[in-house]
Design a protein around this ligand. Structure first.
Ligand code: XIL
Length: 454
């Protein structure tokens, strides 16, 4: 998803010089966000997408007829999770009889609008249909595996991530598995579920999802961490960990949350914040969660557990981003601002390659130093600061098929190939910048050829 193109405004300090004709940008019209506006997306989903992330919500099929609800859903979010409709009791109310209607409605609503879908959840001790609650042993193990296979097959190709197993660990200090009928079928039930899911839908990312796994020091967090580490070591097919992050019902945002995210990521799995809600929706905690996710490259996105407070499973705590009338709460503004400012190391900024500064200046006496700026899936910004001259020209070369799509704070001219730009000072200062479209080459970086004073 791309942010919407915006026209340059005269009021901006950075003057934007579009160089469409010089670089043949017309073919890419619609894919450009101008540098000065790149951080000013106006919806959660668009802003997250600019940072290579998603921003999603839990959706209830029964509310898809409520136009106030769908207006916000369609405008703000680019990912959905079915709040209840893909749970075992919803999909297989009688053994062997699958009812996909409500789940399919949600999936279709989402996919028709380019939203990614998280499947939730294939194997869980809770919200089991009566027939499954009464099963045990080999019969239950086989029924669970059959459910995983049938459901993952039904949705194959439509689900970006599956919560294969949900909430399999105990709260408290034991670090043990939660006792459940599934657990009593044998400790390997979790990996068996992951293997069945991989076989049924090899393209879905497979996640383990849990709550109270946010504080890095908690025994439960450590226990899940060790399980994921063990799965990675033994080749059990796991791709991601979901932290529900319900900071409601007595749980709080922990100050070491970022450590938890980055520690899981360091195991070689992606991290997702899957069910976020925060008691009374304080702006600081919401802002912290966003900043923590943006600081961890493998934190792929955030899903809030409902749209309006009135949609929340804990509506008494008013924990969401929109009030019951569908108006944006202060927490919404905090989240959008944090997304737009992209606090923390920009995880999609590739490391600079090549020589970041000029070779010894040739013509006049100046030095040009390149600094990588923000980057998105398809383009990245670079700023160049000149020292040792007040008027100057700097020659920058880029590697085709990359193309410079926009510049600011300088006067550019181009050679006939469009790959070499000479940027002259325009009196606005000693720093200029430009946006480069990667056009499929995500590794090449601009080279500064020369810096000439005068
Ligand atoms: C909740 C739903 O929001 C409620 O509507 C339902 O009554 C109970 O389940 N962890 C999960 C979610 O993984 O599936 C739960 O959703 C909230 C806690």
């Amino acid at each position: 998803m791309k942010g919407s193109p915006r026209p340059p405004t005269g009021s901006r300090r950075l003057r934007v010089a579009l160089v469409l004709s010089a670089v043949g940008m017309l073919a890419m019209a619609g894919a450009v966000v101008l540098p000065g506006d790149a951080s000013a997306a106006s919806t959660l989903g668009a802003s997250a997408a600019e940072r290579g992330r998603y921003f999603g919500t839990a959706v209830a099929a029964g509310r898809l007829n409520d136009s106030a609800y769908t207006t916000i859903l369609n405008r703000e979010f680019n990912q959905v999770t079915a709040e209840n409709e893909m749970k075992i009791d919803a999909l297989q109310p009688q053994q062997g009889q699958f009812t996909y209607g409500n789940a399919d409605r949600i999936v279709q609503h989402a996919r028709a609008r380019g939203m990614q879908v998280r499947g939730h959840t294939l194997a869980w001790h809770s919200q089991q249909p009566g027939w499954m609650q009464n099963m045990s042993g080999t019969a239950l193990r086989n029924a669970m595996l059959n459910h995983v296979t049938q459901v993952a097959t039904h949705f194959r190709g439509q689900i970006a991530w599956w919560d294969v197993v949900n909430e399999a660990f105990q709260d408290g200090s034991s670090g043990a598995r939660r006792d459940s009928n599934l657990q009593r079928t044998g400790n390997d039930w979790i990996e068996a579920a992951f293997r069945a899911a991989r076989q049924a839908d090899p393209n879905a990312q497979l996640c383990y999802n849990d709550y109270n796994t946010d504080n890095w020091n908690d025994a439960k967090t450590q226990a899940v961490y060790r399980m994921v580490q063990d799965f990675k070591n033994r080749g059990v097919p796991i791709d991601c960990v979901g932290l529900q992050s319900h900071f409601t019902g007595g749980s709080n945002y922990p100050s070491n949350y970022r450590t938890t995210l980055s520690s899981f990521a360091a195991l070689g799995v992606d991290v997702h914040i899957t069910e976020l809600d925060i008691r009374n929706a304080p702006t600081d905690a919401y802002r912290n969660v966003v900043n923590d996710c943006l600081a961890v490259a493998r934190c792929k996105g955030i899903t809030v557990w409902g749209i309006r407070d009135s949609d929340s499973w804990r509506s008494g705590e008013s924990p969401l981003l929109f009030n019951g009338s569908g108006q944006k709460k202060p927490a919404y503004d905090a989240v959008l601002t944090a997304l737009n400012s992209g606090t923390g190391p920009n995880p999609t900024t590739p490391p600079p390659t090549g020589n970041p500064t000029t070779p010894p200046p040739t013509g006049g006496q100046c030095t040009a130093t390149m600094t990588p700026g923000q980057s998105w899936g398809d383009r990245y910004n670079t700023s160049v600061t000149v020292s040792g001259a007040t008027t100057w020209s700097v020659v920058v070369a880029i590697t085709p098929p990359q193309k410079i799509s926009a510049t600011w704070s300088g006067s550019p001219t181009w050679d006939s190939s469009g790959n070499v730009m000479t940027m002259r000072s325009d009196g606005s200062g000693n720093t200029f910048g430009f946006t480069t479209m990667t056009n499929g080459n995500s590794t090449a970086r601009p080279q500064i050829r020369s810096c000439t004073s005068g």
